[in-house]
Ligand binder design. Structure first.
Ligand code: DAK
Length: 259
């Protein structure tokens, strides 16, 4: 597939794919065309058996400064409804392979919401996170009020959503929005290191474990525990479970096949 607004390297490293948002002049503002490409790329990588983890990144100055305000400015409610951007975001939400966000610079509005669709987040010291929609007369529309609140708690989410103020990488770390903060020249490398750890494990166990962790967002504890239990049992039907446990007993490295 060829893309205009993103760069995609399905074989960035063994089992690791890289997707880079690429509208640098516009600070990677997420217009509809770019989001459609992100959706298509992630979907295709999700189906690519060689890929076991995906890194989503921008550039040093911006991960993404939000949805494209210039594209949205003239729209009315019916236009927005008919565009149905939610189907794009819903597809991204359903990607089964782990996605690691490597964030530097601005991650604002839809940019921060896209980060929150990822499973782990490495931030550069220069990263800034925010939901500034309130400053342009609207509010978060791609899950910001819900995911942010679950991630950072009510009062912190309220402060970000109701003032539009940005937080820096260190504060994002303190609030649990990112896994760690590294010097700017290392953020992509650190994301790759994290991906390397994941891709050597059983892809099928990773997939079912990701699904179970995400279930915690949507369900009461008892339902989530039931779900976890079923996925846990299911893994005992895999070759990877036999291989992983045999390798432990035989004191050797496991060779996982994702079956
Ligand atoms: N949209 C369009 N263009 C943008 C942009 C954006 N969000 N952010 C930056 N740009 C453009 C600027 O217009 C400028 O373009 P030129 O004027 O040079 O042509 C260029 O990028 C560089 O930006 P600045 O000159 O402003 O750079 P500064 O360093 O001075 O400032 C900034 C950087 C990030 C603080 C500033 O650009 C800024 O405040 N940007 C807007 C941030 C923002 O408000 N973001 C939230 C947008 S609303 C939904 C899904 C998602 C959403 C809604 C619904 N559904 C599924 C329904 C999301 C909504 C949003 O994200």
């Amino acid at each position: 597939m060829s893309y205009q607004f993103i760069l995609v390297e399905p074989r960035y490293e063994q089992h690791i794919a890289l997707v880079q948002l690429n509208r640098p002049k516009e600070l990677n503002a997420l217009h509809l065309e770019l989001m459609a490409e992100v959706r298509d790329a992630l979907k295709s990588l999700d189906q690519d058996p060689e890929v076991r983890a995906i890194i989503l990144t921008g550039n040093e100055r911006a991960f993404a400064a939000g949805a494209d305000i210039k594209q949205m400015a003239g729209k009315n409610a019916i236009d927005m409804l008919l565009i149905d951007q939610f189907s794009t975001w819903d597809t991204i939400k359903k990607i089964k392979k782990p996605i690691i966000a490597a964030v530097s610079g601005f991650a604002l509005g839809g940019g921060n919401e896209l980060v929150m669709h990822c499973d782990m987040v490495i931030a550069s010291e220069t990263a800034m996170f925010g939901q500034p929609e309130i400053k342009i007369g609207v509010m978060p529309g791609a899950g910001g009020t819900q995911r942010l609140t679950r991630n950072v708690g009510k009062v912190n989410a309220m402060e970000m959503v109701l003032t539009g103020k940005f937080i820096n990488a260190q504060r994002a770390y303190e609030l649990g929005l990112v896994n760690r903060v590294v010097p700017v020249e290392l953020y992509l490398e650190e994301a790759v290191k994290l991906a390397r750890e994941v891709v050597q494990l059983s892809p099928i166990a990773i997939k079912l474990a990701k699904e179970a962790v995400l279930k915690a967002y949507d369900s009461p504890l008892s339902e989530g525990l039931e779900f976890e239990r079923k996925n846990f049992y299911m893994l005992f039907a895999t070759e990877d479970q036999k291989e992983g446990m045999a390798a432990f007993v035989e004191k050797r490295a496991a060779e996982f096949k994702g079956r």
